[in-house]
Design a protein around this ligand. Structure first.
Ligand SMILES: Cc1cc2nc3c(=O)[nH]c(=O)nc-3n(C[C@H](O)[C@H](O)[C@H](O)COP(=O)(O)OP(=O)(O)OC[C@H]3O[C@@H](n4cnc5c(N)ncnc54)[C@H](O)[C@@H]3O)c2cc1C
Length: 399
């Protein structure tokens, strides 16, 4: 399909169902049905089987003709960024039919139930237990740091089905209905005052066998697909030149008189370097997207994840330095609440919030240390870390 044909298809969609005149679910449902949701997905599943970079053409055409535009990663970040590719790769046709469209429209929010109190970086060591009882599984255990669990309908759950084999071999991957009896979600308090994430407890939760993704005992392979897509989603950079965090930093710099004398020159130099790094990140992410013809991303996705996490922390730190003493107050307060964007409408409140929130960038989706390990071992081919528990049955690993 040529660019012009694709643009024509977007115009036909908007002529039929205009986002400025209908609600979000109706418009996004129509976008999915026209194959314009994720163009790299197959026809009938929200796409047209095109190169993923052609999604930018769809977004550009929508921005030209509509005031109302939607950001997938705001509407359903985990569902669209990680759940949809995993379901497309491993789900049955029935599951795809039932779940993909509602995930894209935002009717069903998704969460990722991997991390546990004793298993984060070493997620394959997890202890949540799944036992098969006929056509059902019974799950018991605890997850932690589960973003959006409090608003989710579906969870991607990784659990242990066989403790007698090495840790990576005894896992099973489910889609769990978060409204099932026995699922309990409790908020966790973050440095920003917000509770984006939660603890989730499973007490005798029954899951139909039909909700298993991939093969029983091969949950690790399915989890890798989710994690690779997560890293790519978290390391995508900004879509336009000088946008995102660097734009806020440059705005604050302009507004606050740019400093004077040597101190001003040093800050200007710092901002210039951060600008160059932002552009490098954007170009690298764009090149990565262009190279990805189809299928799921590989370990190279860790480059963007690592670079973005470390860069964004430095940009928000620079913002607080530019704001000086003004950065010391935090109007939003620290009382426990669920995320609310109204606290950060202007650049100053956004920068204060992000200075705190960006601490999590180098932890969520895999820490920067773990990204470096992946890049060293799987991209550069350096010697691996010693893994003494690799061939040991999970139940015999000391913990
Ligand atoms: C904001 C936020 C949202 C999150 N959302 C989710 C979610 O929705 N679902 C979910 O399942 N999880 C989620 N997480 C959890 C996240 O994936 C884990 O926090 C992360 O993988 C690290 O695990 P951990 O916290 O157990 O730290 P640990 O694994 O205990 O790590 C502690 C420290 O040791 C270092 N370390 C560990 N292993 C190695 C190694 N092999 N080499 C070098 N250094 C190492 C780490 O880098 C870190 O500095 C979220 C986390 C955050 C902060």
């Amino acid at each position: 399909m040529t660019e012009e044909e694709l643009r024509g298809r977007v115009r036909a969609l908007v002529a039929k169902v205009h986002p400025d005149r209908v609600d979000m679910h109706t418009f996004r449902g129509a976008q999915f049905d026209h194959g314009l949701a994720l163009v790299n997905f197959p026809e009938g599943h929200g796409g047209l089987g095109l190169n993923p970079r052609m999604q930018a053409i769809v977004n550009d055409e929508l921005q030209k003709s509509c005031k109302t535009t939607y950001d997938d990663l705001v509407i359903n970040p985990i569902g669209i960024g990680m759940g949809m590719p995993t379901l497309l790769t491993y789900g049955s046709d029935e599951m795809k039919k039932q779940l993909l469209r509602r995930c894209y429209t935002g009717e069903d929010i998704w969460c990722q139930l991997f991390s546990e109190p004793g298993a984060g970086s070493d997620v394959a060591g997890l202890a949540t237990r799944a036992e098969r009882h006929g056509d059902e599984w019974v799950v018991n255990g605890q997850k932690v740091w589960t973003s959006l669990a409090h608003v989710s309908r579906w969870g991607m759950l990784l659990a242990r089905c066989n403790p007698d084999v090495p840790k990576h071999e005894g896992l099973v991957y489910f889609l769990v209905d978060m409204q099932s009896p026995g699922v309990e979600v409790r908020p966790l308090y973050q440095i920003t005052g917000e509770a984006e994430f939660n603890e989730v407890f499973f007490s005798d939760v029954r899951i139909p066998h039909g909700n298993v993704l991939g093969k029983v005992g091969q949950g690790w392979h399915v989890a890798i697909t989710t994690l690779m897509n997560e890293r790519t989603a978290l390391g995508g950079g900004s879509s336009q030149r000088a946008s995102g965090p660097i734009r806020i930093l440059m705005g604050l710099w302009q507004e606050r008189g740019k400093g004077r004398g040597e101190a001003g020159a040093v800050t200007r130099d710092r901002i210039t370097r951060l600008y160059i790094e932002s552009e490098l990140l954007r170009a690298t992410a764009a090149r990565g997207r262009a190279a990805q013809r189809s299928g799921n991303p590989g370990p190279e996705g860790s480059v963007g994840k690592l670079a973005q996490a470390e860069l964004y922390k430095r940009i928000w730190e620079c913002c607080t330095d530019v704001m000086g003493a003004d950065a010391l107050t935090y109007e939003a307060g620290y009382e426990l609440r669920r995320p609310r964007t109204e606290d950060r409408r202007d650049a100053v409140s956004m920068a204060k919030y992000q200075f705190l929130r960006s601490r999590a960038n180098s932890i969520e989706g895999g820490t920067s240390e773990v990204m470096r390990n992946i890049l060293g071992e799987r991209v550069l081919g350096l010697p691996g870390e010693p893994r003494v528990d690799k061939a040991v049955a999970w139940k015999d690993i000391p913990r």
